[in-house]
Design a protein around this ligand. Structure first.
Ligand code: ZN
Length: 557
């Protein structure tokens, strides 16, 4: 027995020795290691029918919160919420548009076909009486880029019509705007959220974005899928949006609308790429609406667990994943009614629990580490937004925020996909630690989709905290089995069939080897920062650097 073992070890050493020169970057085990079995068990539980697709405000939420708190207790964390509690109550506004009438220039338009709108106001009806319509181009006000599409034009009481994405998205290389907004990489100015916020800041009564699949990064079916429902955090009266209706106009319907106003949308698209663009009123057409609105308040919850730092407990490394999914829907071909979000984001939640377990088992860190399980991400990053607006620990002393949101389940990869390249120095940590895994970093494949602005870490980025998002659909992984083609095939299938559908369920085909690599990478990055005096930095050119720099005095180097 002993002898055989000895021989085997000796052979192993020889093998390692002889192959060393060819494999200079042999992968090493990282200090944070996680278990695919435990991850599978948590995913299976959270994505089971008993959890009803984990929609906020349902019995599924009750079960989810109870499960997460019991797991955090089991792991040995302490409560990380306000007043020493495990949970932070998140008041949500839920609105649903009923059957009503919307017309443009007296002609009825069909909700879901020509137009798709919803509301974030707690009113009993959305009423608009012959409001003038103004085309505002990309609707960007960016002083640091010398760009203002509004030119002081008053939008009060008007309907603002926007183009999606940034002014340089569709520009040719020789146009002056080229590169001013990150070329094909989307900046925050390109996001629909920014456009609605800007319309409301200017007192508009409604905002419509012209849909085009390339600019938006998704089809009309995605736009219309909430079927008139919308969510927000409950806001003080002074902070409620002026927009009675907000949404999208379908591309063909937009062309027809502009033609009706004797304008050419194609020409206006080109004009909107110039810094001297001015808003264009759509003469002779106005929008009217009389749509009943159901509104209710839902008390949902974030779950927070903490490992206290031994030396600088007020400095906090933050990690998050969202517990919510889409709840109940129409049955799919297999008769499944719950959209269980097994991957999106039960897998991220399970990964976070494993990082928490590994870090709790290690010697206590110098800085505190807070693990957050957000509600209502799918409703518009609302749990993390509420937390960031009402933080338990000040944003200035959050060292970094990491988010796990969708991980690939197709097996081990030779690389890791980076979202938001050029934003902050966490990408340099990522490259260094990925190299220890024998992996390289690949930038996300379609930065024009603006994924960097579409997960919970963004609620922290907006307030200046350096962030890193792991998102398995950001680009094809170079899989050990099948290479990048296999990585792309996984993304195509997941986004085409399963994303936000009942098909996002756990099944036996899942291979968690790649997800484990990503979770261990993020856990190791977090643990390293928790035992360091380092403060990650935004890179020059990031739209979030100025916000962080304002509070630099409170962070000791
Ligand atoms: Zn998600």
């Amino acid at each position: 027995m002993i002898k055989n073992t000895f021989i085997a070890s000796a052979l192993a050493v020889t093998a390692a020795w002889t192959s060393a020169p060819a494999q200079a970057k042999a992968p090493a085990q990282l200090p944070v290691t996680v278990s695919p079995e435990r991850i599978t068990r948590d995913v299976q539980t959270l994505a089971s029918d008993a959890f009803e697709g984990r929609a906020p405000g349902t019995q599924g939420e009750e079960r989810t919160i109870a499960y997460l708190v019991s797991r955090l207790k089991e792991i040995g964390l302490e409560p990380g919420g306000p007043d020493g509690k495990w949970v932070q109550t998140v008041p949500l506004l839920h609105t649903t548009l009923g059957q009503g009438a919307i017309s443009i220039a007296g002609t009825p338009v069909s909700q879901g076909k020509e137009l798709y709108v919803s509301t974030l106001r707690p009113d009993d009806a959305a009423r608009i009486d012959k409001a003038p319509i103004v085309f505002v181009g990309y609707g960007v006000h960016a002083p640091e880029r010398d760009w203002d599409d509004f030119k002081g034009v008053d939008l009060k009481g008007k309907v603002a019509v926007f183009l999606i994405n940034d002014p340089d998205f569709a520009a040719a290389a020789n146009e002056p705007v080229a590169g001013k907004f990150g070329n094909r990489t989307m900046t925050y100015y390109g996001r629909w959220t920014y456009k609605f916020e800007e319309a409301a800041r200017r007192g508009a009564i409604a905002a419509l974005i012209v849909h085009d699949t390339r600019g938006a990064g998704y089809g009309w079916n995605v736009v219309t899928s909430p079927r008139g429902e919308n969510y927000d955090i409950v806001r003080k009266p002074a902070d409620i949006t002026s927009l009675r209706l907000q949404g999208w106009i379908e591309g063909g319907a937009a062309n027809a609308l502009f033609t009706r106003a004797r304008l050419d949308l194609a020409q206006l698209r080109t004009a909107a790429r110039r810094a001297d663009f001015r808003p264009v009123p759509l003469k002779g057409v106005s929008l009217s609406a009389e749509v009943p609105v159901q509104h209710e308040e839902i008390a949902s919850r974030n779950v927070l667990g903490r490992i206290a730092g031994t030396q600088r407990p007020d400095e906090v490394v933050s990690l998050g994943a969202h517990w919510d999914a889409y709840g109940k829907g129409a049955p799919d071909a297999k008769g499944r009614v719950y959209r269980a979000g097994a991957n999106d984001d039960a897998l991220g939640v399970a990964g976070l629990l494993e990082i928490a377990r590994a870090m709790k088992a290690a010697p206590a860190p110098q800085r505190s580490v807070v693990f957050a399980f957000w509600t209502a991400e799918e409703r518009g990053l609302l749990g993390s937004e509420f937390y960031a607006a009402n933080p338990v620990y000040p944003m200035e002393k959050i060292v970094a925020n990491f988010a796990l949101d969708i991980l690939q389940t197709a097996g081990a990869a030779k690389d890791v996909v980076l979202v938001g390249q050029g934003q902050d120095t966490l990408e340099d940590d990522m490259a260094r630690i990925a190299a220890r895994q024998g992996r390289t970093v690949t930038a996300e494949s379609l930065p024009e989709r603006g994924l960097f602005y579409r997960a919970d870490h963004f609620s922290f980025a907006k307030r200046g905290v350096p962030v890193l998002l792991q998102m398995g659909i950001a680009g094809a992984s170079d899989l050990k089995q099948g290479g990048r083609a296999a990585g792309q095939a996984w993304i195509d299938r997941y986004t085409g069939e399963c994303y936000h559908q009942a098909c996002d369920a756990w099944d036996t085909s899942w291979n968690l080897a790649g997800a484990v690599q990503d979770i261990e990478l993020v856990g190791t990055m977090a643990q390293e920062l928790a035992n360091s005096t380092r403060w990650p930095q935004w890179k020059a050119g990031s739209e979030f650097k100025a916000i962080r720099d304002k509070s630099s005095a409170v962070r000791k180097p």
